[in-house]
Design a protein around this ligand. Structure first.
Ligand SMILES: N[C@@H](CCC(=O)N[C@@H](CS)C(=O)NCC(=O)O)C(=O)O
Length: 221
């Protein structure tokens, strides 16, 4: 089966799928597009015009990172979802919630003024607090075994780590379990290798270029 991931080099949702592909040691091709000027062929195959899209055997196209990741898991050896249906459903819920956390993070970087920033930071902490409250002893979301929830949150953790010298959002003091989970994931090769080589600079530049209050806090100077 041939898998082609359509990607944008800074997208955290694409990164979820790359982590899953790397973890499962699956062969795949990656095609980068510029989301600011998406090519016509992409708009034809991606119903929402969003990445990631996964083209299977050159024809069928899947969209939505959580769905793509379950498909990758299904067609490769081993499983990254719990066997118990109740746990699987709970895991899917927290994967979905991860999108909210990624959205909070994106908006923080874009915050134009201090008031917007304060409101967003409050919401960010409220949401992170919900995740902290349900985490177990780790090291991964479900305990000893890496799963698709881990792939879903690692991009969020990588981005917070890249601006940590200016603002430690997931501090050990505030979030002991979340931070330990973040540290465990960021140490994995499949997470480290899931972004382009110059990602750190690309990511910081994407915030700096916003030029608002969020940029002045997260990427000063
Ligand atoms: N829920 C989607 C979110 C994907 C998403 O928002 N991707 C962004 C890039 S990071 C995108 O393609 N944005 C272009 C647009 O919305 O037009 C998923 O999990 O795949």
């Amino acid at each position: 089966m041939h898998l082609e991931l359509i990607s944008f080099n800074r997208c955290p949702f694409v990164q979820r799928s790359v982590i899953t592909l790397l973890h499962k040691q699956s062969a795949y091709d990656i095609t980068y597009i510029d989301l600011a000027a998406p090519p016509a062929w992409f708009l034809e195959i991606s119903p929402f015009g969003r990445v990631p899209a996964l083209r299977v055997d050159g024809e069928t196209v899947l969209f939505e990172s959580a769905i793509i990741n379950e498909f990758i898991d299904d067609v490769t050896p081993g499983t990254l979802m719990p066997a118990d249906p109740l746990l699987r459903a709970q895991n899917r819920g927290w994967i979905q919630f991860g999108e909210q956390c990624i959205g909070d993070q994106y908006q923080l970087g874009n915050a134009k003024d201090e008031k917007t920033w304060d409101d967003l930071l409050e919401r960010t902490h409220r949401n992170l607090g919900k995740v902290e409250a349900i985490l177990g002893a780790g090291p991964y979301f479900n305990g000893a075994a890496f799963s698709l929830v881990d792939a879903a949150y690692a991009p969020l953790f990588m981005r917070y780590a890249l601006v940590r010298e200016h603002l430690d959002v997931i501090s050990t003091e505030d979030y002991p379990r979340l931070r330990a989970w973040s540290d465990a994931l960021l140490a994995l090769p499949e997470v480290r290798d899931s972004v382009v080589e110059n990602f750190a600079e690309l990511y910081r530049a994407s915030i700096r270029d916003q030029g608002g209050y969020g940029a002045s806090v997260l990427t000063p100077g």
